[in-house]
Structures are given as structure tokens and as C-alpha cells.
Write a protein that binds this ligand. Structure first.
Ligand code: ZN
Length: 261
């Protein structure tokens, strides 16, 4: 697959993405033209709010079925289009349905296979896993458009086992949870963490590798294509290491040669 242009859609409520820095990063590493858009929801259809509200997940133990949304839920989606910082609580959506709805918002003239679209959202996408029969939070849905959830970056890779154990045992004793959060501060990402701008570069690479090679992830923790299950792994791959492994650096080099040939 060849890409001639990449469109990035910002999530205005999360300025830590630093979308112009990401655009420069992609231009530099993939040598592809990048255009930044303010928000995917500037081009909504009449049905978009209802569609979004219909793919919300309320029971994480059940596979996907459409929800019949209330008028309030539809109104909430409408109000969140231009100001998604209204989304205070974590609302879960089926990731694949969400991706389908957003793909309908791409301008028709730009909706061709050589244009790649990458959308940021603070809504939390989840996918149902038939191995353990439950929904899990996801950071990225790889497709075209690809979706990266900033809430997913913070919530999907788990914090350390020690953190949860201490949190639960202290909760039972009614102790101050803030002191535990403080103790573990820095070992996981928090909302509006400034490291998000670096981490989204790694996820953007995963989305692009998926589209260009069919394989978004790497098995090595020392690579930005590593798919982390823990916050510790995420911070290790993206912040401490912050580069591709040798194999993927070579693949990227070949891709760039091919894109420019
Ligand atoms: Zn790798």
C-alpha cells in the first residue's frame, strides 16, 4: 500500500497531543505530506450523534449489541462534537463500530486508499475479546481511518500490580488514596501528562506500519511498535527507549525508499 498524504485529526480537549509536533515527526520519518485538521467532528451528519450513542457499551461481559439511546444520550454526543472536554466520566464505545461511524465523516474527495487518516479522540474505545468473554479498553484501532484514544493511552495499559494491591488494601481500611497515588506518581500516565506528545508518535507509527505492512506491532519491548499491557512497558518503549528496533528501522528505511521511488 502506498500513501501520498496523511490527514491528522486533532482532539482539541487534549492539547498535550501537540499535533503540529506529531505532523513534523511523521513528515520527517515517513517523508509523506501531512495535513492537520482541527477535529473529525467538524463534518458530522444528522445521524452521527445517534450512531455514536448507539454503540456505547454498558455491560463489559456481553458481546456487542446496539443500544437504544435516550434523548439525553444523543444530546450529550451532539454537545461533545465541538467541545469534547465535556466528557468527564469515562464512556465506553465499541471500537469497531466507532471506527465505522468516523470513517463516514471523511470527505469523499479524500476518501481513497492513497490517503491515510489518523483520528485522535478522548472517547474510550473497547473491543470484545472472545478469549475471556469481556470488553477491554483499547488505545488504538488500526484501519483507515485509524483511531487513537488518549483516554485509552491512560486507561488501557494497566498500572503496576503493586499499585492496585496497595490501593485495594488501603481502600478496605478507609485510608487516604491520594498518598498512594503520590507514591506511584510518574510510574503511569495521568490525564494531561506532557509525555503524551511523545507517546502518540509511537502509536502513530503503529497505525502507519499497519497500513503500509499489515503488521502494526513488534514483540520487542525495546521498540516503539511494542504493544504494551502495562503502563511500565508503555513508558519503557516510548519514553526510555523512544526508537524502533533494528529490524523495524530497516523496514521503515525500505518503506521510505519505496514511497519516494
Ligand atoms: Zn520492532
Amino acid at each position: 500500500m502506498k500513501i501520498s498524504k496523511i490527514f491528522l485529526y486533532d482532539e482539541p480537549s487534549v492539547p498535550e497531543i501537540n499535533i503540529s509536533q506529531l505532523a513534523d515527526f511523521i513528515k520527517k520519518n515517513f517523508t509523506i505530506d501531512v495535513e492537520v485538521r482541527k477535529n473529525i467532528f467538524s463534518n458530522v451528519k444528522k445521524t452521527t450523534a445517534t450512531q455514536l450513542a448507539s454503540c456505547r457499551i454498558f455491560n463489559t461481559r456481553k458481546s456487542f449489541e446496539f443500544h437504544s439511546p435516550s434523548a439525553e444520550e444523543i444530546e450529550f454526543e451532539k454537545n461533545s462534537f465541538q467541545n469534547s472536554s465535556k466528557i468527564k466520566n469515562i464512556i465506553m464505545y465499541d471500537g469497531f463500530e466507532f471506527q465505522k461511524i468516523l470513517s463516514e465523516l471523511i470527505f469523499e474527495a479524500e476518501n481513497s486508499a492513497n490517503n491515510f487518516h489518523l483520528i485522535f479522540t478522548n472517547r474510550l474505545m473497547c473491543t470484545y475479546d472472545y478469549n475471556d468473554y469481556r470488553y477491554h479498553g483499547r488505545t488504538i484501532i488500526c484501519s483507515n481511518p485509524s483511531i487513537i484514544s488518549t483516554t485509552g493511552i491512560i486507561e488501557a495499559p494497566a498500572k503496576s500490580k503493586e499499585y492496585y494491591i496497595e490501593l485495594i488494601s488501603n481502600m478496605a481500611q478507609g485510608l487516604n488514596l491520594e498518598s498512594i497515588k503520590k507514591k506511584y506518581q510518574g510510574t503511569y500516565l495521568e490525564y494531561h501528562d506532557e509525555r503524551i506528545s511523545t507517546i502518540v508518535e509511537g502509536y502513530a507509527m503503529q497505525a502507519l506500519f499497519y497500513y503500509l505492512t499489515g503488521e502494526p506491532f513488534c514483540v520487542l519491548e525495546e521498540c516503539r511498535l511494542f504493544n504494551p499491557h502495562w503502563q511500565k512497558e508503555l513508558l519503557h518503549s516510548q519514553i526510555e527507549i523512544g526508537k524502533l528496533c533494528k529490524k523495524h528501522q530497516k523496514i521503515l528505511g525500505d518503506l521510505v525508499l519505496d514511497l519516494n521511488s
